[in-house]
Each structure stands twice: as structure tokens, then as C-alpha cells.
Design a protein around this ligand. Structure first.
Ligand SMILES: Cc1cc2nc3c(=O)[nH]c(=O)nc-3n(C[C@H](O)[C@H](O)[C@H](O)COP(=O)(O)O)c2cc1C
Length: 158
């Protein structure tokens, strides 16, 4: 009934409104020992799983911090969120944004694309500027302070 992008197969595209799309954006810290090879494995399995589940998105890694945008059908995204919370390869998961809207995908062609962040600080700074929830603001501020003081520099550094 749905194709790999979560669109309905049984109706013409121009007959339907945009699909309801759930998105989840978070940042987290890489666990000790998570190196390039491990990140390669994460991206490889993410691409395989996401294609089958109608999920697309972007994974940024820099200075020991992950930042990920995932979008797709609500039920699939909820299942992935549960997996992410149980995954020991990262911790301190901070949810930055999640909601369901009728809109087009931001990353329609990426099952999960790794984007290098020369300086993940800019990514986090952008997220902080948009953050409204005070817990998110506090968590992002803490991560930025730790980045600046070098406390995160040994984690997953490439
Ligand atoms: C930073 C990070 C990002 C991840 N992104 C995805 C993802 O986009 N899709 C996915 O299926 N698994 C992702 N995973 C892995 C999941 O946490 C989990 O291991 C996986 O979904 C389990 O599926 P499997 O049993 O088929 O390997 C990610 C893990 C980490 C640490």
C-alpha cells in the first residue's frame, strides 16, 4: 500500500494531499570507543533499515557529538526512536524537535546520509537559536560549554 518513501501506491499522486510526515531531531554523545568503523556500520544498517521503512534523513558527526534528522511515517519513526534510546553507542540524547505535519520531505533522496561537520558547534548553535523548550536550551548550552572547554574533545575525535 505504501512505497519505500511512505507514499500510497494505490492512488495517483496528484489525487492526494501531502502525506503526514513525522520528524524527530536530536543530538547525542558518542560512547567511548565509537570510531570511524563503528559510524560506518551505523550508517550502513541505517540505510538498509530506513529504505525498507520509508525513513529518510541526515546524520552529522563531529567532535564526539551526533546530530540526526529523521523523517517518515509516525509508527516507523516511533519505533526507531525507541531503538535509538536503547543503543549503547550513544548517550545523553537530547530531543530538539518532533512533530507530525503534512509536508514534503526535507531529504527525499537520503535513506541516511552522513554529513561531515567540520565544526558541529555551528549545527548545535543553530539548534539552540531555534530551541524553545527550556530543557533543550539548558542541555544544548551545556553541550556547547563542554565543547568549548575541550571536555568532549577526546570522545570519538577523528
Ligand atoms: C547515532 C545513531 C544513529 C542511528 N540511526 C539509525 C537510523 O537512521 N536508522 C536505523 O535503522 N538505525 C539507526 N541507528 C541504529 C539503531 O539504534 C538500532 O541499532 C537499529 O535500528 C537496530 O536495527 P537492526 O537490529 O536491524 O540493526 C542509529 C544508531 C546511532 C547510535
Amino acid at each position: 500500500m505504501f512505497d519505500e518513501h511512505g507514499f500510497r501506491r494505490d492512488v495517483e499522486l496528484d489525487e492526494v494531499a501531502l502525506p503526514a510526515l513525522y520528524h524527530f531531531v536530536y543530538c547525542s554523545r558518542a560512547a567511548d570507543g565509537v570510531d570511524e568503523a563503528e559510524i560506518g556500520r551505523i550508517v550502513e544498517s541505517a540505510q538498509r533499515n530506513n529504505l525498507a521503512r520509508g525513513i529518510t534523513g541526515v546524520l552529522v558527526f563531529g567532535s564526539g557529538v551526533f546530530f540526526q534528522w529523521i523523517e517518515g511515517p509516525a509508527t516507523e519513526i516511533q519505533k526507531l526512536i525507541a531503538s535509538l534510546h536503547g543503543d549503547p553507542r550513544h548517550y545523553d540524547i537530547v530531543s530538539l524537535s518532533q512533530s507530525e505535519e503534512e509536508r514534503e520531505r526535507l531529504y527525499p533522496d537520503w535513506d541516511m546520509e552522513r554529513v561531515d561537520a567540520e565544526d558541529i558547534r555551528l549545527v548545535l548553535q543553530d539548534a539552540l537559536e531555534d530551541a524553545e523548550d527550556k530543557n533543550n536550551v539548558a542541555a544544548l548550552t551545556r553541550i556547547l560549554e563542554q565543547l568549548d572547554s575541550g571536555q568532549l574533545s577526546s570522545l570519538g575525535r577523528r
